[in-house]
Design a protein around this ligand. Structure first.
Ligand SMILES: *Cc1c(COP(=O)(O)O)cnc(C)c1O
Length: 402
């Protein structure tokens, strides 16, 4: 924690007595792991996004793992995704023994560039794992079109995108309403709705939903909630090797309260980003602001801006931190990490692994540039207009005196 009295953090969950009362209520019932609260949260979440099924799990990472397993991803398969994402996106593909094939991004939305997908498809390609990066919906219509033509499934990494909307055949709908095949959400405190940790899978596919529920609870045929309430002895069986990927009822109780606040959180963030845009545009010549396409309404999980040329990213971040303002570098690129050595991924440069220099891939130029040239600014519900002004003016000063 910082020593600054008026420290401005990068993010902050918005919680109060409503969440603590809900948690206390669950504790008083004596049932604290996955149970009735999780079931209610799932129902409310499904209604909110407009999905037939929502299955709660322990994180978005475990949601992604189960989504890939459900659609049959196995060793030797390839899954097209972005390197420019939190590392869990690519890791989930490797949990299945499959290889991520990285596609570059569009510089102004930070999302996967659909026009680059088709050249990466071969006999091993089984799925597209697209990301709604920082809450901005990616261009699902062409992505799903390509997937359908090549018989691929589409899994949406919607970790950041709870409350974001996309225009679909002329109508606005929430991310998580089945556009692709499965969508995966995160409730980590950096996201808009938090349960500490937690995740959710939404789908229209009954079989996959059934499979998620088995896997998250050790592959157990009869959940403990049912055995607990039964008047007769019920013996469970284990038809498949499962996992412990459960959400607890304590977390779900928080999630239900957070879900009620979500429309207010999204509206406030959209207003704050509008103001940030105005201030940044006025005060900092050469700054690059993200694009919100006509068909997208972002929840603005993060506001990522491109620094003016010749301004050093780390210097700016340090100067701001010295004054008590947290920032983060642009979203990471998995292919530049030591856990992604040659042979563990591909950029589609012919068959086999990428032969580009380590940490530099000729096909992922925009991804690398976004990581190196952008910073994420503080944005959270409780932030004041004065805080925003301080952030902008400090950024301005940090960009000038180099
Ligand atoms: C946060 C995040 C994840 C991981 O979510 P957890 O719930 O922490 O597992 C995955 N993908 C993206 C794009 C994220 O931002």
């Amino acid at each position: 924690m910082s020593d600054f009295k008026n420290f401005i953090p990068i993010a902050k969950p918005w919680m109060d007595d409503r969440e603590s009362d809900a948690v206390a209520r669950v504790i008083a019932t004596g049932w604290i792991t996955q149970g009735p609260e999780v079931a209610s949260f799932e129902k409310e979440f499904a209604d909110f996004v407009g999905a037939p099924h929502a299955c709660a799990v322990s994180s978005c990472t475990t949601a992604l793992h189960l989504a890939l397993l459900a659609v049959g991803i196995k060793p030797g398969d390839e899954v097209i995704t972005v390197s420019h994402s939190f590392i869990a996106t690519a890791n989930s593909i490797r949990y299945c023994g499959a290889s991520p094939v990285f596609v570059d991004i569009e510089p102004d939305t930070f999302n996967l560039n659909p026009s680059l997908i088709e050249t990466l498809i071969n006999d091993k390609t089984k799925a597209i794992l697209c990301v709604h990066q920082m809450g901005m919906p990616c261009n699902l219509e062409p992505i799903i079109g390509i997937a359908r033509r090549h018989n691929l499934v589409v899994i949406e990494d919607a970790a950041c995108a709870i409350g974001s909307e996309i225009s679909w055949h002329g109508k606005w709908g929430k991310i998580g309403k089945p556009h692709g095949d499965i969508a995966c959400f995160s409730f980590h405190p950096r996201k808009l709705l938090s349960t500490g940790d937690g995740g959710m899978l939404t789908t229209a596919n009954d079989e996959w939903d059934h499979q998620f529920r088995l896997w998250r609870q050790h592959g157990m045929s009869v959940p403990d909630t049912i055995r607990h309430g039964a008047k007769e002895v019920i013996l469970e069986s284990y038809p498949c090797v499962g996992y412990n990927y459960r959400m607890t009822d304590v977390q779900a109780a928080m999630g239900r309260e957070q879900l009620k606040r979500l429309p207010e959180i999204v509206a406030r963030r959209r207003a704050m980003v509008k103001r940030y845009r105005m201030l940044l545009g006025e005060e900092i010549p050469g700054i690059g602001l993200p694009l919100e396409p006509k068909w997208a309404r972002s929840n603005w999980q993060s506001l990522c801006v491109r620094l003016p040329e010749r301004v050093n990213q780390i210097t700016v971040m340090q100067k701001m931190l010295d004054i008590g303002i947290a920032t983060r570098r642009g979203v990471m690129c998995a292919h530049r990490e030591d856990s992604y050595r040659h042979g563990t991924w591909s950029c589609g440069k012919g068959p086999g692994p990428c032969e580009c220099e380590p940490k530099r891939c000729a096909r992922l130029v925009e991804s690398e540039r976004a990581q190196d040239r952008c910073i994420i600014l503080p944005l959270y519900h409780q932030m004041t207009e004065a805080d925003q002004l301080i952030v902008v003016m400090t950024l301005k000063q940090s960009c000038v005196h180099i």
